[in-house]
Design a protein around this ligand. Structure first.
Ligand code: PHE
Length: 342
């Protein structure tokens, strides 16, 4: 048998045994026949020894064999993929037509359950709960909060602009609940303790960042308010949620709308998570006098503190959730774990 026929028959006998279940087997065949040092490339080495008039036919035959092997392997590969997809779809099948007679107990989503718990806690500390718009102008979201026009947070990369009109006040999906601070100051007269919880939007996504997430914003204005009040308030909340052993860290930081400012981190182990390190939950600080002025309040008469933290992060800490996206993916396998916990 000449080398070409040998390879042909080797292929023919192996091809008849390919079963569509073997990813590994397909890879092995591909490298054995089609690889750089594979059998078919090996055939081309005989080309030099052939008489000139046989070369074109031989070359074409090798090429045809290569194509045949390639298309057969591709076909099996495709079958394998669609088979695996089919099996996965079958496995994860969700019958949306199911009527309400199935005994799936309804329960609060972990985020809503935690939100209610947090609102209750703050109401217990004398806070009033209030609302604020998710679609707002750049003025409320940035300018009034002492964030100059060229502040990096306004960047297109972070902010979803709904209407961007140079010279005019653009409309944005708010990037934080701090827009609420300005609405609160303009709508009410201090002293007050206010809390607001709602969605915010940023062009960002990975395991700990989601493009839409929920923040809780607090604002306290009164006379003689100090950073100690702020610390005590946050500590009260964190210990009520995670137990008396919870350790919190106030790390000096910067926000244009508070001075001094801090970021708040929770010690993962102290709240029962099985890992070292700190998880950032939000920012806080004493309200910057410029912000009070923008809100129509005399900084000589009232001072206060503000804080904002991520509800999703708090829920991740509470339940040991590693990927923030799971909270909004609507996957029943994830959600079922919280049945009865609320
Ligand atoms: N708005 C800030 C953020 O989203 C958090 C913050 C709120 C900081 C209030 C200070 C005071 O990162």
């Amino acid at each position: 048998m000449n080398p070409l026929d040998e390879v042909r028959s080797a292929w023919a006998s192996l091809a008849s045994e390919i079963n569509a279940a073997g990813e590994q087997q397909l890879a092995e065949l591909r490298s054995r026949f089609l690889g750089k040092k594979g059998e078919i490339s090996g055939l081309m080495r005989h080309l030099g020894a052939l008489p000139a008039d046989e070369k074109p036919t031989y070359g074409a035959a090798v090429q045809a064999l290569r194509q045949m092997v390639e298309s057969t392997l591709d076909r099996f590969q495709e079958q394998l993929r669609s088979g695996a997809l089919q099996a996965r779809l079958e496995n994860e099948r969700l019958d949306l037509s199911l009527s309400g007679d199935r005994s799936e107990p309804g329960t609060l989503h972990p985020l809503l359950a935690l939100r209610d718990e947090i609102l209750d806690l703050f109401v217990g500390m004398g806070f009033e709960i209030a609302d604020a718009p998710e679609i707002d102008t750049e003025w409320f979201n940035f300018s009034a909060l002492n964030m100059p026009d060229d502040h990096p947070a306004r960047d297109m990369q972070d902010t979803f602009f709904l209407e961007k009109d140079s010279g005019k006040d653009s409309v944005v999906l708010r990037t934080h609940t701090s827009n609420y601070q300005i609405h609160a100051m303009r709508d009410r007269k201090p002293p007050f303790r206010l809390l607001h919880c709602g969605q915010v939007y940023r062009c960002d996504a990975d395991a700990t960042h989601a493009p839409m997430f929920c923040q809780v914003e607090g604002l306290v204005l009164d006379q003689g308010i100090s950073f100690a009040h702020l610390k005590a308030t946050i500590y009260t909340m964190v210990r009520a949620l995670y137990g008396q052993g919870a350790i919190l860290r106030f790390r000096p930081s910067f926000f244009p709308f508070t001075e001094p400012s801090a970021e708040m981190d929770v010690d993962c182990r102290s709240v029962g998570l099985d890992r070292d390190g700190w998880m950032e939950i939000g920012g806080c600080g004493m309200v910057n006098p410029n912000v009070l002025v923008n809100g129509g309040i005399d900084p000589e008469s009232f001072q206060g503190f503000a804080f904002g933290f991520g509800l999703d992060r708090m829920a991740m800490l509470r339940h040991g959730i590693k990927d923030i996206g799971l909270l909004t993916a609507g996957d029943m396998r994830f959600l079922r774990q919280f049945t009865g916990l609320a």
